[in-house]
Write a protein that binds this ligand. Sequence first.
Ligand code: NAG
Ligand code: NAG
Ligand code: NAG
Ligand code: NAG
Ligand code: NAG
Ligand code: NAG
Ligand code: NAG
Length: 406
Amino acid sequence: MKICFVSQVWLISWAILLVPHSIGAFGETKNNVISSIFLSPKFELGPGSVANKEFFDVDFPRGHVAIKSFNAEVVDELGNPVPLYETYLHHWIVQKYYQPKNITYQYENISWARNSGMCQDNILVQYYGLGSETRKTDTLIPDPFGVEIGNPAYIPKGYDEKWFFNVHAIDTRGVKHRVGCTECRCKLYNITKDGDGNPLSSDYGGGLACCPDEAKCKLRNGFQGPKRSLYLRYTIKWIKWNHFVVPINIYIFDVTDTLITSNKSKGISPKHNCQIEYQVKPCIKDHKNGSGCIYVNRTSTPMQKGGYVIYGVAHQHIGGVGSTLYGQDGRVICSSIPRYGRGKEVGNEKGYVVGMSTCYPKPGSIKIFDGETITLEVNYSNSRRHTGVMGLFYLLVAEHLPHQNL
Ligand SMILES: *[C@@H]1O[C@H](CO)[C@@H](O)[C@H](O)[C@H]1NC(C)=O
Ligand SMILES: *[C@@H]1O[C@H](CO)[C@@H](O)[C@H](O)[C@H]1NC(C)=O
Ligand SMILES: *[C@@H]1O[C@H](CO)[C@@H](O)[C@H](O)[C@H]1NC(C)=O
Ligand SMILES: *[C@@H]1O[C@H](CO)[C@@H](O)[C@H](O)[C@H]1NC(C)=O
Ligand SMILES: *[C@@H]1O[C@H](CO)[C@@H](O)[C@H](O)[C@H]1NC(C)=O
Ligand SMILES: *[C@@H]1O[C@H](CO)[C@@H](O)[C@H](O)[C@H]1NC(C)=O
Ligand SMILES: *[C@@H]1O[C@H](CO)[C@@H](O)[C@H](O)[C@H]1NC(C)=O
């Protein structure tokens, strides 16, 4: 993802709540799980407006620790959770970076630390990131596994490890077309050019290029509403690193990844071209039959390093009906299905993807071998058109299981 530098970063993370409790760790020790609640810097939204903000050096657990879970939601100035039909949380992502200690301008010469995923060019390198589904999606990693951060051995000499947030939210109070605004339809935002001023292609109906920071989605005639201050409130559970913890690698698969395979005669190595978003074309009316209309997309990619699957979850937008990762022999590695809200209350907003089902295979039961080709299949309902949809899959993999007889 393209990164611009923000000129000002507020550090107003005031709320840190420590709730230590004991959970059984592998074997004889007990780890104190610490639960910390943080607030992102503030962003402001009025009816129809978009915030696509980048915050550097956000609050995060410091030191050599294992992250056990990460949850987030949008709250207002009083700390009240905001429903998705008012502020649609398109996505938030959390990236790790290294900051030179000796540089005065804070964001000069940083280098991004990436996850273990295959996408290139600093795309989808985040450690965590979800969207509207964040309130009802499990992220807790079972013991004795954890996401290792802050290991001094991995931080380049002369650098500090820091964390970056991108938060993309759309205020849909009073808009003409709620789903259209959340799907970033170019017509509703009156946008015809991309961020660099180049005209968007005519078959690009919508997506991130049409809902950049400060864009405005079309409002109902005469609608007025107050601007408000919002925050991403995020809760991180973590433990101090110890030798019982088994680190896991984070992979993100993207269904738009078109692996351009190597051309030995030219010495070109494989290149993963991840687009992040795509368009779902509507099915032709005559073809609507009993089974409904499903738009199926697939991509296959080898995983250089295998291991044991500990957790999996997909990310889909409105219209999503499920996605699955398959192994080379066709076995199911993980299926993840969107959960749609049915009411009015926060966490259950009608018509929105409010959660994703997750996979917690018994550690050891699902193994990916080194070099195995993994296929991602992503389904959307296309009884109507969707723009700017995503088909991502997070897979957490441990290279080894805990040693027996500790
Ligand atoms: C920082 O970046 C600038 C501009 O790219 C470059 O000229 C300079 O050498 C870099 N400094 C360090 C310490 O890497
Ligand atoms: C800062 O530290 C880096 C890494 O140790 C070094 O390469 C660079 O020359 C230093 N830059 C300045 C301005 O001191
Ligand atoms: C849409 O954008 C065009 C050119 O950027 C501008 O002339 C026009 O007034 C805009 N329309 C609306 C409804 O804002
Ligand atoms: C590989 O490179 C050769 C030589 O330039 C070219 O003829 C061939 O079409 C390339 N193949 C692919 C798959 O790109
Ligand atoms: C109707 O659905 C079935 C799948 O159940 C599919 O094989 C068939 O092609 C569909 N018919 C048409 C006309 O699209
Ligand atoms: C998704 O599948 C459709 C239909 O098979 C295809 O036309 C389209 O190019 C695919 N999109 C992506 C991003 O792979
Ligand atoms: C996607 O749709 C195809 C065709 O209807 C079906 O065979 C497959 O099981 C579906 N996959 C998922 C992950 O829902």
